[in-house]
Design a protein around this ligand. Structure first.
Ligand SMILES: [Zn+2]
Length: 193
């Protein structure tokens, strides 16, 4: 499995390619900015490795605790964290629920303590209206997040496949004969006090 630093390098080196392809496909700087931001965010701190105590997890700083329930539920490198589309979709929904709950609780506390106006129905309507007017930007952001996650998963799978291939090659170059096993046993029994 590639290290966190390798994943970071892959994200940063491939960013110009993502920007170039997005500009070619959309001819829209705003959409490209959103897609590239999603790609960077996903590659550096919103990627599949949030399912373990990883560099991505640590980058959330004081907020890292919000990912602990996610880690408890996710088996490392399962398809629900590393899989195509589903991994990003689950993380986005998870984060939206947390942010929604945080805003809701914050609003309710502000309402109680400072008598600030807070209307659940109005807040829901406003968030829906925001989502509708920014739907295209949301899609671009999601595509960026997914591309960032897939660059990670592809690197993981390639690294694992390479290690498996290396393991298969090893026995051919250093065959373990019964004679060598016997001598190893003798050596180890000798070393005992
Ligand atoms: Zn991973």
């Amino acid at each position: 499995m590639p290290s966190g630093r390798t994943h970071d390098r892959i994200t940063l080196w491939s960013l110009p390619v993502i920007v170039g392809l997005s500009m070619l496909a959309t001819r829209n700087a705003k959409i490209t900015l959103l897609l590239a931001s999603g790609y960077l965010f996903s590659g550096l701190m919103f990627g599949p490795d949030l399912d373990i105590h990883s560099v991505q997890f640590k980058r959330w700083g004081l907020l890292r605790g919000i990912w602990l329930p996610y880690q408890k539920k996710m088996r490392h490198r399962s398809r629900y964290s590393h899989g195509f589309l589903i991994g990003t979709a689950i993380r986005v929904v998870y984060l939206l629920v947390i942010v929604g709950a945080g805003v809701g609780v914050g609003g309710a506390i502000a309402h109680l303590l400072f008598d600030l106006p807070w209307d659940w129905g109005q807040a829901w309507q406003q968030s829906q209206a925001f989502a509708q007017t920014h739907a295209l930007g949301g899609v671009a952001l999601f595509i960026g997040l997914e591309l960032g996650a897939m660059s990670h998963s592809l690197a993981d799978w390639t690294g694992s496949a390479y290690k498996r291939w290396q393991r298969r090659q090893r026995p051919k170059s250093t065959p373990s004969t019964p004679r060598s096993r016997k001598s190893t046993y003798k050596r180890s029994s000798k070393s005992k006090p």
